[in-house]
Design a protein around this ligand. Sequence first.
Ligand code: 5GP
Length: 178
Amino acid sequence: MNEITVLDREFSEYITEDEIQSRITAMAEKITEDLKDHDVLFFGILNGSFLFAADIFRQIKLNAQISFIKLASYEGTGSSGKIKELIGWNEDISGKTVVVLEDIVDTGSTLERIIGELTLRKASEVKICTLLFKPDAYTKDIPIDYIGFEIPNSFVVGYGLDYDGYGRNLKSIYKITK
Ligand code: 5GP
């Protein structure tokens, strides 16, 4: 098994580059088939989804658009403490089919926040596509339309996912061992 260290933690290879890429090909084929004749705008959620979004978008055979949004945390002045703000909205999404591209869905809080915003902005239809999904951690009822891999509730890095900012450039996905 391929073992690596990122900062102070050890990880072992869990999903190989080939496995990721062939799953992405299958997901792209399904999305292309499902959404032909739709006016589709893909939204990659930064930072983690940048590689996944680039790889899947290149395999989508539709006349589609892509854009990116980011959830930024900052310290609020009120008693609620940390507030997450969505930044990067430039597009008019009204009447469009939006496909949200996520690297990983864990509890689903991020997803819920994004869906709320898309609904406010009157997208005609919203689909969720995530490379990784942790079913045991998920606490929401929002259906997820396209899932790359269901994984157990443990920490992973690589292929866009970081540990304290590092590990995003790993080609495979690695699972924490200690
Ligand atoms: P959620 O809002 O679904 O609980 O969490 C979503 C965010 O938590 C992801 O976009 C990601 O940034 C982070 N996250 C959740 N699980 C993992 C993981 O196993 N590894 C990494 N690197 N980030 C994770």
